[in-house]
Ligand binder design. Structure first.
Ligand SMILES: CC(C)(COP(=O)(O)OP(=O)(O)OC[C@H]1O[C@@H](n2cnc3c(N)ncnc32)[C@H](O)[C@@H]1OP(=O)(O)O)[C@@H](O)C(=O)NCCC(=O)NCCS
Length: 343
């Protein structure tokens, strides 16, 4: 598809005066262990019926005891690299988006660099919670467009099972573990990432957070006792903000590309709650078969969520090369982002 076919307005072609950035391949990894809603019923006072009707989640994956965020990230990365035909030596930069790094420092990206043997690559983490993968995509794109780097590996990876409070039914049923990765490169025959718009609202930081473990509340016996090293969330407020932010980010991304929703083959939203996805896609007037949903299998895997969904959409042939997809995400911060990509 040529640029003029996609854009009605020549101003929207602005980005394409320079060098474009494409997703050469994607890959994902989820742990083997499945935890169903019936398993949840044995841990907290909940039911499959409650979880299914309020969220759409049926099961989630839980990392093995000795399986950490960097392990899952490296596995997803290797799958993306194989499909892209990219060797470890070709990777210039690794960006890992995560809120559950292996440790406070060094970065999980450095641990991944070692695990995949990408000796030449620079490596750093970013933290934009569930919006992290699209933030990473936009950052990676800048390095490709500016010709600083040829090959950027971006990863969203989470081990949320290590920070949820397994006694809190309000949160523990919602989250899961996993990783998704993409190789970003310039492909002369494709447009790739057409636009990404990102946003944040730090005034609402405390709606969804883990208060302990940073410089404000270092780990002490008291902080552990008070449960400050667990994820905490105001579910109702988070829900409302998610719908509004995803809706406006998606609308802005479409506006910037001068395209309308009918030109989008597939909408791939952050997989947090089926009701959030339905509220956003109904308002965008997206047909149900235009929306990719896999949260029933994985729950909310934060930064990994949209990356795993993109990979599954591609593997299931829901996206063909040349199709346009709208990715839209929301997370703690608050943060949000939307991207239009030509797959
Ligand atoms: C968490 C969420 C599913 C709760 O759904 P909800 O429709 O707002 O729930 P309600 O407030 O109507 O119901 C809450 C009631 O259900 C109970 N409840 C909460 N979790 C439960 C569970 N797992 N099983 C059974 N009951 C549960 C609460 O204790 C509360 O009971 P009460 O009314 O007696 O106090 C929903 O708010 C949500 O998804 N929010 C967004 C979360 C999210 O996506 N976060 C990540 C963003 S990236």
């Amino acid at each position: 598809m040529s640029t003029t076919q996609i854009f009605k307005n020549p101003r929207a072609q602005h980005n394409f005066q320079g060098r474009t950035c494409s997703i050469t391949a994607v890959g994902s990894y989820v742990p083997e262990r499945i935890m169903t809603n019936a398993d949840m019923e044995k841990i907290v006072d909940t039911t499959d019926e409650w979880i299914t009707t309020r969220t759409g989640i049926k099961e989630r994956r839980i990392a093995a005891e000795n399986e950490f965020t960097s392990d899952m990230a490296a596995k997803a990365a290797q799958r993306a690299m194989e499909r892209a035909g990219v060797t470890a030596a070709q990777i210039d930069l690794i960006i890992v988006a995560t809120i559950t790094p292996d440790m406070m420092f060094p970065s999980t990206a450095c641990l991944v660099q070692s695990k995949i043997g990408a000796k030449r690559a620079a490596a750093f983490d970013i933290e934009a919670a569930c919006s992290g993968f699209i933030y990473a995509m936009e950052i990676g794109q800048q390095f490709i467009m500016s010709r600083t780097y040829e090959t950027v590996l971006i990863i969203g990876a989470e081990r949320l099972s290590s920070i949820v409070d397994w006694k809190d039914r309000n949160t523990c049923v919602l989250f899961g573990d996993g990783a998704g990765a993409a190789i970003l490169q310039h492909r002369p025959d494709a447009h790739g990432l057409l636009t990404a718009c990102m946003g944040a609202d730090g005034d609402k930081a405390m709606l969804l957070c883990m208060p302990g473990g940073g410089s404000r509340i270092p780990a002490t016996a008291d902080s552990v006792e008070a449960g400050l090293h667990h994820l905490q969330m105001d579910g109702k407020e988070t829900f409302k903000n998610a719908v509004n932010a995803m809706m406006s980010a998606a609308t802005e991304a479409l506006r910037r590309c001068e395209i309308d929703i009918t030109q989008i083959k597939l909408v791939i939203p952050h997989q947090a709650n089926r009701r959030i996805i339905d509220a956003v896609t109904e308002r965008l007037k997206v047909k149900p078969d235009q929306v990719f949903v896999n949260l029933d299998k994985y729950g909310n895997t934060s930064a990994a969520s949209v990356a795993i969904a993109l990979d599954e959409a591609v593997q299931q042939n829901r996206l063909q090369r040349g199709d346009l997809a709208l990715l839209v995400v929301f997370g703690a911060g608050l943060t949000w982002a939307a991207a239009v990509i030509e797959w």
